[in-house]
Ligand binder design. Structure first.
Ligand SMILES: Nc1ncnc2c1ncn2[C@@H]1O[C@H](COP(=O)(O)OP(=O)(O)O)[C@@H](O)[C@H]1O
Ligand SMILES: N[C@@H](CCC(=O)OP(=O)(O)O)C(=O)O
Length: 379
């Protein structure tokens, strides 16, 4: 991202997921707070590296058009309000990002999109493609189609899952409250803000109350803490702060009141352990010497370095990796065996021609890949 207003004394952040609650986006008359949105975009353009926005607000915004006084309770009502609100919301984000010279893209997700392996891989590839082109994904739950069973239900959790999916450096939860308090500050005048939380213990969870003002938010602090747990266990630190301050992202850099949740340090190792423990590869990919060196250096396995594809497997299935000297690792394939065989040995431009579409990312993403030598080195 680029921006004229560069006042970043501490430099830019790495990949950042920012979740914006309804109460920041929609005023008590049900109108969009467009000036605030523009300010947020200006600050992110100046200070952040890659940004993914997770924006609530569709239901709060749509309910005025449906003449609903409070947050709709019936699912169909909420879904109709979301349908009305979302088109407005996405249009406004697109405009305020355009004012900063950035393109925004709308990404609507349901829980199933991140729970089922092929859809998870698609979502990740799309988001990576957007970020790679400097486009800002604006994510919301696909409220109009999600049923009770397949809903995230709140965007705090959706944001945490997106941060996990993208290996974000940090998740910023912007709310109407500037952190986690010892009790709900809306009802307890003696509640004190906690600056830093090292781990989400039962005592911490017990502090959380329900949603805040005007019935705009959904989950309250309990849903935020559930989201924080997902993120920190995936190695993503979380900042919970208020978007009501002059610089809505100021606290990201330690400038003001907020609660910082420390990422647990070992989760990426836990994922690698899980991958290493998978037992039944459905196929094999034969790597040339250059590809083996690349993956040993921490890169993803690209199709160009695969000389042969053996077996029948689906996208997301486990495949064994064979180097010039024999089995060297395993991972989850980004392609099914038919497409993998068609693109083996090809560079990205040829892949686009052969598959009649742009490639869907590497043959095996580095996060989905383990090498066998690491087994002896780490366990
Ligand atoms: N322990 C707590 N610390 C801070 N806020 C709390 C706590 N318990 C409950 N809350 C309430 O949670 C609200 C934030 O949740 P919510 O309304 O869902 O926000 P958002 O719309 O940003 O997702 C606050 O306004 C506050 O009243
Ligand atoms: N997907 C819903 C948001 C649900 C939600 O989590 O709202 P909030 O608690 O304000 O972050 C919408 O756009 O209205």
């Amino acid at each position: 991202m680029t921006g004229d207003e560069d006042s970043a004394p501490f430099g830019r952040t790495g990949r950042l997921v920012v979740k914006v609650g309804s109460s920041l986006l929609v005023d008590d008359q049900g109108r969009l707070r467009r000036d605030w949105m523009a300010r947020l975009c200006r600050r992110l353009t100046a200070r952040a590296g890659e940004v993914v926005l997770v924006s609530s607000g569709a239901i709060a915004l749509g309910r005025r058009a449906l003449d609903l006084q409070r947050r709709p309770r019936a699912l169909a009502e909420a879904q109709a309000a979301a349908a009305v609100g979302q088109i407005h919301l996405a249009g406004a984000w697109s405009e305020v990002w355009a004012e900063q010279g950035c393109t925004a893209a709308q990404v609507l997700l349901t829980l199933g999109d991140l729970e089922q392996r092929p859809r998870y891989l698609n979502a990740r590839a799309t988001l990576e493609m957007l970020l790679g082109r400097g486009i800002v994904p604006v994510v919301n739950e696909n409220d109009t189609v999600a049923t009770e069973e397949i809903r995230f239900g709140d965007n705090d959790r959706l944001a945490a899952r997106v941060a996990q999916l993208l290996g974000a450096e940090r998740l910023l939860l912007l709310s109407d409250v500037d952190g986690l308090y010892t009790g709900d500050p809306a009802v307890d005048p003696n509640a004190r803000r906690i600056d830093r939380v090292e781990s989400i213990t039962a005592e911490i969870e017990a502090l959380a109350g329900g949603a805040g003002q005007a019935g705009l938010g959904t989950g309250g602090m309990a849903s935020k803490l559930a989201a924080v747990r997902i993120a920190v266990e995936a190695g993503v630190s979380v900042v919970l702060s208020s978007g009501r301050t002059e610089d809505p992202i100021g606290d990201l850099f330690g400038g003001g009141p907020s609660t910082f949740f420390q990422a647990a340090t070992r989760p990426p190792a836990a994922r690698k352990r899980w991958l290493r423990g998978l037992q039944h590869p459905q196929g094999e990919l034969v790597l040339d010497a250059g590809a083996l060196r690349a993956v040993q250096g921490g890169a993803s396995l690209l199709a160009v370095g695969v000389s042969e594809v053996r077996g029948r497997f689906g996208r997301g299935d486990l495949v064994r990796l064979l180097g010039p000297d024999g089995p060297c690792g395993q991972g989850l394939s980004g392609y099914d065996s038919i497409d993998a065989a068609r693109i083996a040995g090809l560079g990205s431009e040829r892949i686009a021609e052969v598959l009649d579409q742009a490639g869907r990312g590497p043959m095996v993403h580095r996060d989905d890949l383990v090498l066998f030598q690491e087994r002896t080195a780490t366990t």
